[in-house]
Write a protein that binds this ligand. Sequence first.
Ligand SMILES: [Zn+2]
Length: 328
Amino acid sequence: MLRLRRRAALLGMSLAMMAMLLPVGVMAGSPGDLLPDLRMAKPSDIRLTTGTTRDGPDRRLLRFSALILNVGQGPLVVKGKRDCATSACPEMRTAQRIKQADGTWRGVATDRAGRFDVGDGHNHWHTMRFQKYELFQMEAPARPLLGAKTGFCFFDTNGHRLDLPGAPQGRVFTEPGCGRASSTSFRMGISVGWGDIYGWSLPRQWIDTTGIDDGRYLLCSTANAEGDWLETNTANNQAWAEIRLLQNDTVQVLGRGRSACSSQLAGPPAPVGETSDASAAASTVTAQTASALQSDADADADGGGGAADLGFLCPIDSTATAGFLNGA
Ligand SMILES: [Zn+2]
């Protein structure tokens, strides 16, 4: 009886944890929608570096590469638009463009803003909170540390599943789609079967671990964490790496997986806190320590690229100038 009750409690706990960690409130698609299906490859290229951030010099930064993939029926397409090309219009409003089975498109407006150059030095526009990076303490998962990068321009950098129906054999979305300072619109996306990699060395592709205790931690990456974008399946949006951080500035990778992060934690995490999104500080990588136990041997099977694949990140296609909600 006690055991049953404990199992029931554990089940309830794990469901509650899933609710906290996975996107909720995703709107249902409409008949005819060819929706994307976003998921994360396992975090790779995990390492500690020392760098300067807005919090000062000599910060201990946990860096890693993150690859987001679209294995759905249609491309993920996000359009941004603003009414003027000056600082009087600092943000773009965004809409998801959804390809239809009959070849037409429909638009779904979101409240996720587009912002220009949010500190990564890319001189282009970003969609905010496209991915989320969190670091949980394994044994007592309190409030996680959050990744510094929260603005993303995504485009086709890595062919992954080009055998999927509807997968283009070449890149459709490329960096120019992210726009420039004077742009009044952008159009970014990830094609069916393609992914967008954010390499470990990119600006703000880190979680600041300065001063935290030695021990086991769970690095968790989540696609579409806020449920902003319609997709066919939000149960596959997380990937994780269990790591051990040591004060001698080494990190050991103990395991990696592509399941719900909550399944790896000892207890329910506290509510997620605010991010350091406002930081505009650049990092200077001055040291790099080994990710001794990590193997990238499964990177290919996972769709993950190594450091050689470092993409510059963001997209365009030939229909970028079409109408915001009604065009392609
Ligand atoms: Zn960027």
